[in-house]
Design a binder for this molecule. Sequence first.
Ligand SMILES: [Zn+2]
Length: 428
Amino acid sequence: MSSNSKDIEKFIGMFPPVTFADGDCHMIGSFGNVGIVETDEGLVVFDITTRQYRNRLFRAFRAITNKQIKYLVYSHGHFDHCFGFPPFLEEIKEKNWELPQIIAHEKLIERFKRYKELDNYQNWINSMQFASIYDSNRRFTSTHEILEPTIIIKGNENYTFTLGDLTFEIFHDMGETDDSIWMFVPEKKVIFTGDLMISSYPNVGNPYKVQRYPKHWALAMEKMLEKNAEYLVPGHGPLIEGKERIKDVLSITAEAMHFVHDEVVKRLNEGKWFEQIYHEMLEIYPEKFKKHYILRPVYGSYEYAIHAVYRLYHGWYNTGNPTDLFPAKSSEIAKEFLKINSEEQFLQHAKNLYEEGKLQLALHFLDVIIKGNNSDYSDNLIEAYELKIKILKKKARQETSFISFNILNNGANEIKDLLENLGKKKFK
Ligand SMILES: [Zn+2]
């Protein structure tokens, strides 16, 4: 795994459950943390992890409390927050309990519909985004097994209920998704954020996923700041404790979201195209964000966030070069390059770039051979593939973002499979 495997282990919940706030609140680390609040009348549960982790969650959960779940809140409709319910359903049937109330935002209903329509597609992109932990026999979600919400929050309305002697305040804010809600328990001073707070730079510009909302994200952080919480249960990563620490992570995240949004918008107004904006943004990224532990690119990253803001306001034509409006196939362009210079020359040049440490440029030159080559495999092609694997693996090892790591590493593995299928058993 990549250079920050400890961060990633924490991100995917590899830590023991914690109990806090006078012993009434618990957090179970999972791929998608699970929050539990105990009252005299039963439990309020915030999120219920992935389908894959359901049995692990159930065991950890029932080692903490035997009480009945009265409310289950979905922070948002992602696979890692709403699909680990099956063992709990079995328990409900066995014990003849009533089903819990399930609280979600109205946009989550649309999301679940979309997941049904795009079932295979969702699994395909997730198999790449989570390649290093993906098991094709155990899909993350089955969109045909959904526990439908019973209490639906509409638009920007807030929802408050009580159970035992505790109050549960629920708010809607957009950020990673348009269906996100978060919960505050004033008597215990605990915020459950869902993925609006994770132990990483926000996942605001995921390369595989639909549009996300950096400005709204900042506003959500500012609303949470008003609560003056003592405990913060993030969507991923360890519990955050202490008023000052919570204030610090919420305000720096708000500031980082305002920054990336406002600086991209400024450059759009200056009439700049994506490439220029992107590279300027990399140059002006402030040290205070780079250095802050909560903004480390463990999962999301600043680079991805720049894309997110641009995409929010711009269409797909992003170079300003009319050549790119109706481009030729990249394989056709590569074939023409190979008519001017031989494969050997491109390969040698790629090797030189690699030696100089210009890995990204080397990849572009290798792609000329890979895309433009006419044969199933020639020696040059095989060599180009081999060097591409080497470079992708090297870049993957340098990556701190779990998503970037998976894209690069999975890309290398796909070429390995291809070579093996071609009968070149050089990689065992
Ligand atoms: Zn999540």
